[in-house]
Design a protein around this ligand. Sequence first.
Ligand code: ADP
Length: 510
Amino acid sequence: LLNPRKRQRMHIVHIAAEMAPVAKVGGLADVVTGLGRAFQKENHLVEIVIPKYDCMDYSKISKLTAVEADLDSFFDGCIFKNKVWTGIVEGLPVYFIEPHHPSRLFWRGKIYGENDDFKRFTYFSRAALQFILQTEKRPDIIHCHDWHSAVIAPLYWEIYVPQGLDSARIAFTCHNFEYQGRENPAALTSCGLDPKRMHRADRMQDNFIHNQINLLKGAIIFSNIVTTVSPTYAEEVQSSEGGKGLHLTLMAQNHKVFGILNGIDTDLWNPATDLHIAQQYSTNDIDGKAVNKAALRSVLMLSGTGLDSERPIVGCVTRLVPGKGVHLIRHAIFHTLERGGQFVLLGSSPVDEIQKEFEYLSQQFYQHPHIRLIVKYDETFSHSIYAGSEIFIVPSIFEPCGLTQMIAMRYGAIPVARKTGGLNDSVFDVDDDTIPKQIRNGFTFSGKHEKDLGAALDRAFHYFTHRKEWWQDLVRQAMMVDFSWNSSANRYAELYEKAIARSKARSQKN
Ligand code: ADP
């Protein structure tokens, strides 16, 4: 990692419900792989444990083989057999747990969204810890993620430390506080926890619904390190508005709560080597951006002749959900047109109503010379938008970390972003004199109204049109920001090391 000091080699086991690219629903999957690889590059031993889903992308796993010994794990008062598989994903060693359970827990054709998700993932968590115990691994850190593997933290201290699996400190990363894993206390019995011991205000009792337990709260209380995916989000969740009922718990545990901005995969998102774009380019030669702009216009049949060639392209790649500021995105389309720009949206929505609305809008603008709305999910095409846009909007109302603003900057598309969560930690306004000049890289706004976004967008248009050279320098500056996993991994390493050192100091004292 970036730290010049030589680090002691650590053994880190991630236990998670997702891992990119084999089992990916959201950012959690990218963090497990990105963080894991950054540590592995520095010679730490990193292993990953995930469920063996039927719907994984098996083509991305190499050397998949069954481990010889079966794994016996406890659930619902019985012992179940599990087959464990090993394989390599993105260079990382992964263990896949396949339960032989009559409910066919991970043979559902999807990762989440089943009625018995609580049971599926508490089963998995218990089996994963049992696997570490049975194979006599002695990790320094067990790192779990989101509510799915949150129960690892109490299970570890309550059940596994007494059995001798006591080498590890527990790190827990919450990627989104919306999902907390609430259930009746009795449901904890299945994985072996005692509801009477756990259903207490200072342990796992939900802060709102008092007759329920809350897995996320359990992880916050029982972990040695609690992180979330940006410093600003870490602050926001400690407020009554942002904490979704957990702010008091987080505030009380504040000494171990940290926000670390995620990185992006800088090999995948690299304009200098990207084969999905019309022409590769880098900070030394940003002319390639104009070629990509022309290619984007041509593919989308946007006007680019005569005076139209001067129009900036404003891009947006997003899930269309209220948290992403759908009303602001809608406004940006019309505002861009008024200001003489061109607008390209690539977005899709899990919300039927929103999806239909944007499909309708897209038809309205079909053949419009300056607006194209592409209402679908298309990762390959997203590369062309990042490369072809000059301005990129990210008007999220709520954003734990956010990746699109970082990808956009790497491709020299200047973000116009709302100051929330990870956007506030990665986009710094060019006009903000309180921020050092060399890190200013975009346009930001705070309010949630159309006029707030409009004003920031106007400033971007003004600079783009009237200060062309300055804009080119800004593009270079944005492209040079280091969004790789290195610096984030360095922060995690410091936290791991401190937690390990504290535990060593304590055991020497005893
Ligand atoms: P979230 O995980 O909340 O959707 P992030 O900004 O953390 O938001 O990550 C979004 C990722 O998904 C980015 O890599 C972005 O390029 C990609 N993405 C979002 N919508 C689309 C889409 N319609 N087509 C292709 N890629 C998309």
